[in-house]
Design a protein around this ligand. Structure first.
Ligand code: FAD
Ligand code: SF4
Ligand code: SF4
Length: 476
């Protein structure tokens, strides 16, 4: 009889003192031996709930089986595991690192009922990293590329985030001529400007982008659709368009003092540090000054990233959240790392005013204390009510991380596109908008979501585009 091994094989992590000195990746991932040991815990369930829990339905037991079946031949094990993963997910080095696994594949893992769920994310990351290190992914790509039959149709993809990149890769594999238009000077979307290096090394994204270029995808950066080129111009030149513009406009707080210096949206703060490398000022041009005390408002992934980044810039950091700890939305691993790194948490505090000094710079935040009720709202979070009692916390810098919304620019240049009152674009079951040939996916159609959901949309949209172009070809 098989013995159940209840505890996970842990992945090594960088010590806290070392982490706080820079932006190096915190989790160091499995070696082959450790990955096989973890893979051996898997019960190989059939049907497999973990596959259903994954938004893109990766055959999880299938790829895990390849690792343990070929334990004497690491290269074969990884190649075969990668083939299984690639059938549904072309960016496993990224999803293995940033997916909220505890709410998806790992949430429903059968092992989780008797002990710790299988460490699916870390196994996926291991396969991707090892394949890259040994050039296995390169060889696999070379096997696929010559078989691609080139087609004459051209597709424009707007936005180089996970939705756009996945849609582009899938279409290129089908032989379509794909051009991505990206507003920023680097492709990657939130993966490059939002998620910090210590969680997702930029090198990982660059390698994935190289793969895309090898598939023949052209990427035009510094290209703002709606400014550099109009939407109508794109529609004239391309046979279909995919909109993957994300939800990059930060929500701010409409309270007194919001215009004081030293108050950033998390987006601006993270972009300065991640994309413009402000931590290396003056070697890089963009400066950032956080002072001694930083308050981060919010408790999602963005808030954790901002808080941990500010710690690395030398500040004491407090996360202030209007709800309780049970309603924190960030990934469990990120919260644990933030705590280990000395980030403090204050719950049930709702900001009501930013207080400035004589130079117009923020010096404190006034919060109203909130009280939780037993009742829950539609999202399952405990309702909170104001108590009338206030508290003031000192701050040299405040970072607001309370969410983001879609950009108005595209909708201004494309007023006929159907969207809800928040600007979230509407699509049908094939991801097509109300404009024939124009498809959309990712945060642009969901508001804020996750990397894997954006990738799943990009993939589904690529299928929709293929079907649309084939029908168009037949009828012409
Ligand atoms: P984006 O990644 O936003 O990419 C959109 C791209 O479109 C951008 O590059 C933008 O510059 C470009 N663009 C916009 N308008 C135009 C235009 N007019 N012309 C040309 N280009 C344009 N999710 C997770 O699953 N796990 C995490 O750990 C996680 N952490 C996060 C941390 C932070 C700080 C943030 C901000 C988000 C995080 N998320 C996380 C959410 C996740 O990153 C997003 O859901 C995902 O990136 C959405 O992908 P997308 O392709 O739809 O959009
Ligand atoms: Fe789990 Fe994400 Fe991998 Fe799916 S893509 S199996 S949800 S880590
Ligand atoms: Fe393995 Fe868990 Fe999936 Fe079962 S549910 S196949 S134990 S990963």
């Amino acid at each position: 009889m098989m013995t159940l091994i209840k505890e996970r094989v842990p992945t090594p992590e960088r010590p806290v003192e070392e982490r706080l000195k820079g932006f190096m990746e915190v989790n160091l991932g499995y070696t082959f031996e450790l990955a096989v040991k973890e893979a051996e815990r898997c019960l190989q369930c059939s049907p497999a709930p973990c596959t259903q829990g994954c938004p893109v339905h990766i055959d999880v037991p299938g790829f895990i089986r390849k690792l343990r079946e070929n334990r004497d031949n690491p290269e074969k094990a990884v190649k075969e595991a990668l083939e299984v993963i690639w059938a549904c997910n072309t960016l496993p080095a990224i999803t293995g690192r940033v997916c909220p696994q505890e709410d998806q594949c790992e949430a429903v893992c059968v092992m989780g009922k008797v002990g710790e769920p299988i460490n699916i994310g870390k196994l996926e990351r291991f396969v991707a990293d090892y394949a890259r290190e040994k050039g296995i992914d390169e060889k696999l790509l070379q096997e696929i590329t010559p078989k691609i039959e080139k087609k004459k149709e051209k597709v424009a993809v707007i936005g180089a985030g996970p939705a756009g990149l996945t849609c582009a890769a899938e279409l290129a594999k089908e032989g379509y001529q794909v051009t991505i238009f990206e507003a920023l000077h680097k492709p990657g979307g939130v993966l490059v400007y939002g998620i910090p290096e210590f969680r997702l090394p930029k090198e990982t994204i660059e390698k994935e982008l190289e793969k895309l270029k090898k598939l023949g995808v052209e990427i035009k950066t510094d290209y703002v659709v709606g400014r550099t080129v109009t939407f109508d111009e794109l529609l004239e030149e391309y046979d279909a368009v995919f909109i993957g513009t994300g939800a990059g406009t930060p929500k701010l707080l409409n309270i007194p003092g919001i215009n004081l210096n030293g108050i950033y949206s998390a987006n601006e703060f993270l972009t300065r540090v991640n994309l413009m490398k402000a931590y290396a000022f003056p070697e890089y041009e963009t400066p950032i000054k956080v002072g001694k005390k930083v308050i981060v408002i919010g408790a999602g992934n963005t808030a954790m990233d901002a808080a941990r980044t500010a710690r690395r810039l030398g500040a004491e950091v407090t996360i202030a959240y209007r709800r309780g700890e049970e309603d924190v939305t960030a990934r469990v691993e990120e919260v644990a790392h933030a705590k280990e790194e000395g980030v403090k948490f204050e719950f049930f505090l709702n900001p009501v005013e930013f207080i400035g000094d004589e130079n117009g710079r923020v010096k404190a935040v006034k919060f109203e204390k909130m009280r939780p009720l037993e009742e829950r709202d539609a999202r399952g979070k405990r309702k909170i009510v104001p108590t009338g009692e206030t508290v003031v916390l000192e701050a040299d810098t405040v970072i607001i991380a309370i969410g983001k919304t879609t950009s108005k620019l595209l909708r201004m240049t494309l007023p006929q596109i159907e969207a809800d009152e928040h600007g979230v674009i509407k699509v049908n079951e094939n991801m097509m908008t109300n404009i024939p040939g124009v498809f959309a996916g990712g945060d642009a159609i969901r508001g804020e979501a996750t990397v894997i959901l954006a990738m799943g949309d990009g993939r589904k949209a690529a299928k929709g585009i293929k079907q649309y172009l084939e029908e168009k070809r037949k009828s012409s």
